[in-house]
Design a protein around this ligand. Structure first.
Ligand SMILES: [Zn+2]
Length: 236
């Protein structure tokens, strides 16, 4: 709720007291979203949350911590160890190789972790609720991506409705990259002053630093920077 304070002038001073929680994976997109939230809500009203879900590359969590420190926002990491126990996907199961190209274009890639974004956002909402953080920000996008069904706008709309009902809240889920291409995301990052922070981010599915340049995540990132005509500080 806006807070007004009286002053000598007739114009009330309005302070935006809305707060936002950014789900920060340590990747390029969630980093861009962190800077978007800082612009929208002010740096003092933004915090970041990461999840340790047994991802095979711990470097992601280091990246998230570095990005949050660089942006001067508070950051917490919560453990969720159930995904690794489920198995069956290339991001948490060391026995499964990340597929470079799909034999069946219509099939989901083996990097899909079923329910991951739904669980992340639900836990984020549960973290946000007692802290009165009414805005969740996520870097998911339905454009230019691998076709993960939990990255679609309709999925987020439905989840927002469920969270509002289930928590008696007015929580809003923001996905500022939802309809942007990778190129447009890079251009937005520049507009937000987030390019420098990209040096701390992690994208490579093979967990390599410097990145392998060969996996689907590396190739998508490189394509976005190339099309935007901006040098990626991670590889230059
Ligand atoms: Zn890679």
């Amino acid at each position: 709720m806006p807070i007004s304070s009286s002053s000598d002038s007739d114009v009330p001073v309005t302070i935006n007291s809305e707060k936002a929680l950014v789900v920060l994976s340590g990747g390029q997109d969630s980093t861009t979203c962190l800077f978007w939230a800082i612009r929208e809500f002010g740096v003092d009203n933004v915090s970041a949350l990461s999840f340790d879900y047994g991802q095979r590359h711990r470097i992601e969590l280091d990246s998230a911590a570095k990005v949050a420190a660089f942006a001067r926002v508070s950051h917490r990491c919560l453990p969720i160890d159930t995904f690794a126990a489920l198995g069956g996907d290339a991001l948490t199961d060391p026995a499964i190789e990340v597929a470079g190209d799909l034999d069946e274009p219509s099939a989901l890639p083996n990097t899909f972790v079923p329910g991951r974004n739904l669980i992340f956002l639900t836990f984020a909402a549960a973290w946000a609720w007692p802290r009165k953080l009414d805005n969740l920000v996520t870097g998911v996008s339905q454009t230019d991506y691998s076709g993960y069904p939990d990255c679609r706008a309709s999925t987020l709309q439905s989840l927002q409705e469920t969270l509002r009902l289930g928590m008696e809240s007015q929580i809003k889920i923001h996905a500022p990259l939802m309809h942007l291409s990778k190129k447009e995301t890079v251009l937005l990052a520049r507009q937000l002053g987030a390019i420098e922070a990209m040096a701390f981010t992690h994208t490579c599915y093979n967990g390599e630093r410097p990145p392998c340049g060969e996996c689907p995540a590396c190739r998508l990132r490189a394509k976005g920077f190339a099309e935007a005509g901006i040098a990626d500080p991670l590889v230059t």
